[in-house]
Design a protein around this ligand. Structure first.
Ligand SMILES: O=P(O)(O)OC[C@H]1C[C@H](OP(=O)(O)OP(=O)(O)O)[C@H](O)[C@@H]1O
Length: 384
């Protein structure tokens, strides 16, 4: 079988068959009527600023989608934050892109949700190591999307190997409980020693220490077993056994330090999110975050025609006319008709992405991540 998992092939996305059926019917109707008006359409989540920012990403995939299409596209920079108004603008004959709406919005909505949740995690523990561990919670075909969104938001690493090959980054992680089970209760030391002997030297030695006995006992045994080779311990205590998780982490830290293992880091995972990270960041050294990122709501973008043959138009509840959005020096987000005066001391955010089907923007994940974190600070994202 050429498509054993039944995922939508890239070709279907690019040619526009990865679409909702009503767009096919729209094409049939407009072609029958000989209509193909020149339009300007905008991608928007909220018409007006709401006071709550999200991270914009997925724009690189949309640029690929539009290459070769006789349209012009402007968009916010990858990783920029937004709060109301358009994040993207498409101009050209409507039938040049009608069917692409479904994939266009999908490329933006879910990854922007992932990146926003990852940014919440990043800013909850800005000095800690934070790794994306959630690939297991999503369909394998979008694992790289999750991991890219995590890196965009400034996370320090991710776990998915194939995603790393796509992103040209090394995947990382620790060890699963399955490994401990295979050696069995009472043989934890043998499991950690074998891992230390078997795994490449550049892989951090972080022992999982919550499988059979309590976290303190296994942490001290791991430190005594691996000595200076031990980089850290991972505590992934199941919720039913967690109790006062902060106290457990402090107890483990105390007992490790009391025996001279100050250099052994403590990592926490399992249901970790911004609230628990804020509570633990002064006692733990790092976190693995999974479902907080992968269960993020998609950003509810829609594509709306706002001008047709040069005349403003909108449906009830939406705002007509071609707009520009601005970031002010004070961190404000302003939505203004594009032909009106810009706010004082403000930067226009909708920038050229595609011109007559040609990509006119370069993409660099590290630059996008710096942009994301800088804009998060500019708008005081963490304080919302
Ligand atoms: O999605 P989250 O709740 O944030 O957790 C993500 C972590 C927790 C989970 O532990 P287990 O389910 O115990 O899996 P394993 O035994 O493989 O460590 C696994 O280690 C993931 O990396």
């Amino acid at each position: 079988m050429s498509n054993p998992f039944g995922t939508i092939p890239d070709e279907a996305i690019l040619e526009g068959t990865a679409t909702d059926a009503y767009f096919d019917r729209t094409r049939s109707t407009l072609e029958y009527a000989g209509k193909n008006p020149h339009v300007v359409a905008e991608v928007t989540a909220d018409q007006f600023p709401t006071g709550s920012f999200d991270v914009f990403t997925g724009v690189r995939d949309v640029a690929t989608l539009f290459e070769g299409r006789a349209v012009d596209v402007d968009a916010l920079p990858d990783g920029h934050l937004f709060d109301g108004g358009p994040v993207m603008r498409i101009e050209g004959p409507y039938l040049e892109f009608a069917e692409l709406e479904t994939s266009l919005l999908g490329f933006l909505s879910q990854p922007s949700g992932f990146a926003t949740a990852a940014l919440e995690s990043r800013l909850a523990a800005p000095e800690s190591t934070v790794l994306s561990f959630g690939a297991r919670h999503v369909h394998p075909s979008i694992a790289a999307t999750v991991e890219r969104a995590a890196l965009l938001a400034g996370l320090d690493g991710f776990s998915h190997v194939a995603a790393g090959e796509i992103l040209d980054r090394e995947a990382g992680g620790t060890m699963p409980h399955a490994l401990m089970f295979c050696f069995g209760e009472g043989n934890q030391a043998e499991a950690w020693e074998t891992y230390d002997e078997a795994v490449a030297a550049d892989v951090p030695r972080i022992a999982l220490v919550d499988t059979f006995w309590d976290e303190k006992s296994e942490s001290l045994l791991a430190a005594e077993t691996l000595g200076d080779d031990l980089d850290g311990v991972r505590i992934d205590t199941t919720g039913s056994r967690r109790g006062d998780f902060r106290h457990i982490i402090r107890e483990v830290r105390w007992e490790l330090d009391a025996r001279g293992y100050e250099d052994v880091d403590i990592f926490c995972s399992g249901g970790i999110g911004p609230d628990s990270m804020r509570e633990l960041r002064d006692v733990a050294d790092g976190f693995g975050v999974g479902s907080h990122i992968t269960s993020a709501d998609s950003v509810d973008f829609s594509l709306d025609i706002v001008e047709i043959e040069g005349e403003p138009i909108s449906k009830r509840g939406k705002l007509s006319g071609v707009k520009q959005v601005y970031r002010t020096a004070a961190g404000g987000h302003h939505v203004v008709l594009a032909d009106r005066e810009a706010p004082a001391d403000a930067t226009a955010l909708l920038e050229p992405l595609v011109r007559d089907g040609e990509l006119v923007r370069e993409f660099d994940l590290d630059e996008a991540s710096e942009r994301c974190l800088a804009d998060a600070e500019a708008v005081s994202f963490g304080d919302q």
